[in-house]
Design a protein around this ligand. Structure first.
Ligand SMILES: [Zn+2]
Length: 197
């Protein structure tokens, strides 16, 4: 029996934000650089993942490979290609997601990591399954609800931070108001410099 101490699969928005935060800290775009499990732990705690949280180096390595696939979803140039990437993750996910009910939390979707038996690839930790299926479902749910990509990579120069896009309006381009302001100021300076010439 695999003990899945990874808690609820919360609302899509919450799970998508958590996924983006984890991708940011797992830094799959820099595979040669080490990621401190303590950082991953802190991110999980910041996002209210219930204790006890135990993460091994092998868990972190597995999470990083999932993060690479999820980052490709956010980095996709458009919705069809984001969906293509998401489907790759969903098809490869072990077990089937299911609804479960908890009096305190209500109905929730569990990413089906509780099936250690049939078909679960050997060596995949519950964390890896939770991260892959839970995040992909959350992103998929956002796409269905909003009909646009579920997030992106920040367009500000030198940033590239992954973010989930839960807004109703135009797709977001920046990870934070700070990056948006920085880019606005930079664009303004470029215009001024061009005018001065
Ligand atoms: Zn940014």
């Amino acid at each position: 029996m695999v003990e899945v101490a990874v808690g609820a699969y919360a609302r899509a928005g919450t799970a998508a934000r958590r996924a983006a935060a984890l991708i940011a800290v797992l830094r799959p775009e820099h595979p040669a650089e080490r990621v401190d499990p303590a950082l991953v732990l802190r991110t999980l705690r910041d996002h209210h993942e219930p204790e006890p949280i135990v993460l091994t180096d092998a868990d972190v390595a597995g999470l990083r490979s999932v993060a690479a696939a999820l980052r490709a979803v956010l980095g996709a140039p458009d919705a069809p290609r984001a969906a293509e990437q998401l489907n790759v993750i969903l098809v490869g996910a072990p077990g089937s997601p299911r609804l479960s009910y908890e009096p305190a939390a209500g109905w929730r979707m569990d990413p089906g990591a509780g099936d250690p038996g049939a078909g679960a690839p050997v060596g995949r930790s519950p964390w890896v399954e939770w991260f892959a299926t839970g995040s992909a479902l959350a992103f998929a749910r956002l796409m269905v609800d909003r009909q646009v990509k579920p997030g992106g990579l920040c367009a500000a120069a030198g940033c590239g931070t992954p973010f989930a896009d839960l807004g109703r309006g135009d797709p977001r381009r920046y990870c934070s108001p700070r990056c948006a302001t920085r880019e606005r100021v930079a664009a303004h300076r470029r215009r001024q410099a061009a005018d001065a010439r």
